[in-house]
Design a protein around this ligand. Structure first.
Ligand code: GCO
Ligand code: MG
Length: 469
């Protein structure tokens, strides 16, 4: 049985081989069920990394840090164990057994992202030094000349998160430690309560309170409460497709204050209540609705306007005191700059893989600190468990943490992704394993291939006009 080597002692001793190689063996002891975790097997006899320096021979000055390890392969892995397409990038390295995982999940266009990864990333990445995370991000970001956008940024995110995973493994520490350590003991998160009626929603909120959640998002019949809408006229007129959805914005704007009133009456003043309007309401109606919500002290109202209407945010902001969360639809990390500086909203809702991964996410978060805008990373079921792990590591570190969206992955998904962050009493926990602390069972993942179900995003008003969904 290997005796745990003290990290500094090992590095001093070897100064050559990668800590992961040396320490991999020890992690075997540290982390439960290591099989296939990308941790390296103990070095073979005669392996140059293990040879002690020979007396008299001039020794190469050991490079500060770790020996160069290069990218050997990059591939996309798609799986849909719970229906939503999840995409993960696996980066393998020149160090046997050392690899990293990253989330590249754009569930509505999964095939396209997989093509972007498998067709363009191997040529671009193979042979590059895994440690040059920033350089690889900047280089791939502009490598297509035309840049940003959901497909290429998701591909870049998968690569980027995987490189942070590898660096954590090489340094033998969880990624949050690389980012500067913990600013809190665990990650406070919110749950999702829905229901056909306000009373049903209130009962579900109470269930989450009983589980220890302090923050709950409330929706009545999903986004826009479509069940409140009567038969639309465009259907009888044969306009649009029968499968298109119909929303009655007026009924919705009337229903939300009643929903908050009922939940507050049943569950009391302490639970923090969030709501996602999902950019489906006209700006002036949004102003009126928010004013009527003020008395119910919402934690945040999310996506009150569509990204196309950001120029109207100052008007909305000036008209009401409710806190806002915005940004899951932003693709370009620079989109946040002006709005944060203007303090249009109180929480940034980045979908971390849509903006290109951990590297830009950290920059957006740090920018937010200067304008007192806090985090609320997008975290529903179409962010893979790898993506949830990545943002949980960031959440543990950044000072201006707000709240983390949570989702309950089922046992099958957790079996496919060993190391999926755990949720207990409304707190999310990553494990202390090096890197992102998560893995993928490729064989099992392959049993649940992605599908081309892009979800239903065609929403119409009574006369058939398309609504931003
Ligand atoms: C949220 C989001 C999601 C999105 C979904 C799109 O706040 O969690 O609005 O529910 O609609 O991720 O695919
Ligand atoms: Mg949302």
């Amino acid at each position: 049985m290997n005796t745990p080597l003290h990290r500094r002692q090992a590095l001093k001793m070897l100064g050559l081989g990668s800590a992961a190689t040396v320490l991999g063996t020890n992690l075997a002891a540290a982390m439960p069920s290591q099989k296939g975790t990308g941790q390296t097997t103990p070095p073979q006899q005669g392996h140059p990394q293990t040879m002690p320096p020979q007396k008299g021979n001039p020794q190469p000055t050991p490079q500060a840090g770790l020996p160069p390890v290069t990218i050997r392969s990059v591939k996309a892995i798609g799986t849909a164990p719970q229906g939503a397409n999840l995409i993960v990038v696996k980066v393998e390295t020149s160090e046997p057994g050392l690899y990293g995982l990253g989330c590249a999940t754009f569930t509505q266009r999964a095939e396209v992202v997989i093509t972007a990864i498998n067709s363009y990333m191997p040529d671009f990445c193979v042979g590059r030094n895994v440690d040059d995370i920033e350089d690889i991000w900047q280089a791939f970001f502009v490598s297509s000349y035309w840049r940003n956008g959901p497909v290429l940024n998701n591909a870049l995110s998968g690569l980027n998160q995987a490189l942070w995973d590898i660096k954590g493994k090489r340094a033998n520490m969880p990624v949050y430690q690389l980012l500067g350590g913990r600013a809190r003991f665990a990650v406070d998160c919110y749950a999702h309560a829905d229901g056909k009626t306000p009373e049903e929603v209130a009962a579900n909120v109470q269930k989450f309170i009983d589980q220890g959640f302090r923050h709950v998002r409330i929706q009545q019949g999903g986004y826009g409460s479509l069940q409140l809408a009567k038969q639309p006229d465009w259907r009888d007129a044969g306009f649009g497709k029968p499968t298109d959805d119909f929303m009655d914005a007026h009924a919705y704007v009337q229903a939300v204050p009643k929903l908050f009133k009922t939940v507050r009456t049943v569950c009391g003043p302490d639970v923090e209540l969030l709501h996602d309007t999902h950019e489906r309401v006209q700006p002036q109606d949004m102003i009126n609705m928010c004013r009527r919500l003020e008395e119910f002290d919402p934690y945040w109202i999310e996506d009150p306007l569509s990204p196309e209407n950001m120029h109207l945010f100052p008007q909305l902001r000036a008209a009401t005191t409710v806190p806002f969360a915005m940004g899951e639809l932003f693709n370009n990390p620079n989109e946040f700059v002006d709005y944060m500086a203007r303090r249009d909203f109180d929480y940034f809702r980045c979908h971390v893989s849509q903006i290109g991964g951990i590297t830009p996410a950290i920059k957006v978060a740090h920018l937010g600190e200067f304008f007192n805008v806090r985090s609320g990373w997008h975290g529903p079921g179409d962010v893979s468990p790898v993506g949830h792990a990545a943002q949980c590591h960031i959440d543990l570190n950044i000072w201006n943490f707000g709240i983390q969206e949570s989702v309950f992955f089922n046992d099958l998904t957790k079996e496919i992704f060993p190391g999926t962050p755990e949720i207990k009493k409304g707190y999310m926990y990553v494990n202390e394993a090096p890197g992102l602390g998560i893995d993928i069972n490729e064989k099992l993942a392959a049993k649940y291939p992605i599908n081309n179900n892009a979800g239903k995003w065609t929403l119409r008003k009574r006369d058939g006009t398309i609504i931003r969904p």
